[in-house]
Design a binder for this molecule. Structure first.
Ligand SMILES: [Zn+2]
Length: 392
């Protein structure tokens, strides 16, 4: 086993002295090297710690052979300094990572679902907690089985099983039934293992809780198929508590707005959607009727005609034009208050006159055949549009 670090041997240690043996200026800060660290370097699916060394903020910790490199925001002199872990971030990672061990162990042992990948999403704590995800080697997974898996994980969280750090020689792994990832080539000596008492023994270099109870609980929040596997996402620990608080406050807001209890929210939203669709259909029918009425009233006018159509939208302009030109071969320009306009009539007339009318109105538009529509027209320039029609 490559030598373990303080952060691995004592995952609950929040600060320790580090011996800084190198400090190099790099783009974006300084790489501060030390042979050991209380700050966890990214690895095994677990993101690196944040924290500080000698009061200088540190983010992005990596391990390169015998040296742990800390990306610091300022140079740090060689020598001994106090390193402090951003404990809230680290503990969140320990909760999510340990939940993953428990989840993967139970998925395999009791549901015959091997885990193929794990993603520990980083949470900046200012925003909503992102779920973590694993992919399971199965083409599909029913909601009932997922619910059963969640129930089993929560059973084992409640059972408060002790979690230990162990080590075994490589040739002992099989005899101990170790659920092993692929071990890196060239790794000599004993292998570091994480044991959930009575449940799981798994090779891992990350930081974990000391007891399953500290994971607090698990709720699955997503299930999707991906590349012939299923991807499940969950919240546990502090993320679950934070999300529950926001679900609860959102539910209260919705209950107040919808004047219904939470169990009626979906039905209430469906009723609102249906009412909105009905209103949309009624508005559309009323617009058609209004357009037909205005259009018929315009039929007695002298064409070509320029008409101020008031607070009309594009659909109403089309309805007016269709009714006004029914049985006519005249031409018509409609201008709405907000600058929408429509030039309608026989195609050759539209082609000949519409660009000049648009220019006279100060608007822009386009179209082909019997309709040319646009926006940006100045509704006070109707006389200019009439003048343009006389000369087109
Ligand atoms: Zn682990």
């Amino acid at each position: 086993m490559s030598r373990t670090l303080v952060c691995q041997d004592a995952p609950y240690q929040r600060e320790a002295d580090v011996v800084v043996t190198a400090c190099e200026a790099v783009e974006g800060g300084f790489d501060v090297g030390a042979p050991d660290s209380v700050l966890y370097p990214e690895g095994g699916g677990q993101p690196s710690d944040h924290g500080a060394i000698g009061g200088v903020p540190v983010r992005d910790v990596r391990r390169d052979g015998a040296i742990v490199w800390h990306r610091a925001s300022a140079p740090i002199p060689l020598g001994v300094h106090r390193a402090v872990v951003d404990w809230e971030r680290r503990y969140d990672h320990m909760q999510q990572h340990t939940t993953q061990h428990l989840l993967s162990a139970l998925a395999l042992a009791e549901f015959d679902l091997p885990t193929t990948t794990f993603h520990l999403a980083q949470w900046d704590r200012a925003g909503s907690p992102p779920p973590c995800t694993i992919e399971l080697a199965a083409p599909e997974l029913s909601q009932e089985r997922l619910d059963a898996l969640a129930a089993r994980v929560n059973d084992e969280i409640r059972a408060a099983r002790v979690i230990r750090i162990r080590s075994l020689e490589r040739d002992q792994l099989e005899a101990h039934g170790v659920r092993s990832r692929l071990l890196p080539a060239g790794l000599d000596g004993p292998i570091r293992l994480i044991e959930i008492d009575g449940l799981d023994l798994n090779t891992c270099g990350g930081t974990h809780l000391g007891n399953t109870a500290e994971a607090q609980g698990l709720v699955f929040v997503g299930l999707e198929r991906a590349r012939g596997r299923v991807r499940v996402s969950w919240l546990s620990g502090a993320r679950l508590l934070r999300a529950s608080a926001s679900w609860s406050s959102r539910e209260k807001l919705l209950s107040a707005r919808l004047t219904r209890g939470a169990d009626q929210h979906v039905a209430a939203v469906e009723q609102l959607q249906e009412a909105a669709r009905r209103a949309e259909r009624e508005v559309s029918a009323a617009r058609e009727a209004l357009g037909a009425t205005i259009g018929r009233a315009l039929q007695g006018s002298a064409f070509p005609l320029v008409f101020a159509a008031g607070a009309a939208d594009a659909a109403l302009l089309r309805s007016i034009a269709t009714a006004a030109l029914d049985g006519h071969d005249g031409g018509l320009v409609l201008v709405a208050d907000d600058g929408l306009f429509l030039v309608a009539g026989p195609a050759p007339w539209v082609a000949a006159c519409a660009p000049a009318v648009a220019a006279a109105l100060g608007g822009r538009g386009g179209g082909r055949g019997e309709r040319f529509q646009g926006s940006g027209a100045d509704p006070t320039r109707l006389d200019a549009a009439r003048a343009a029609l006389l000369s087109c």
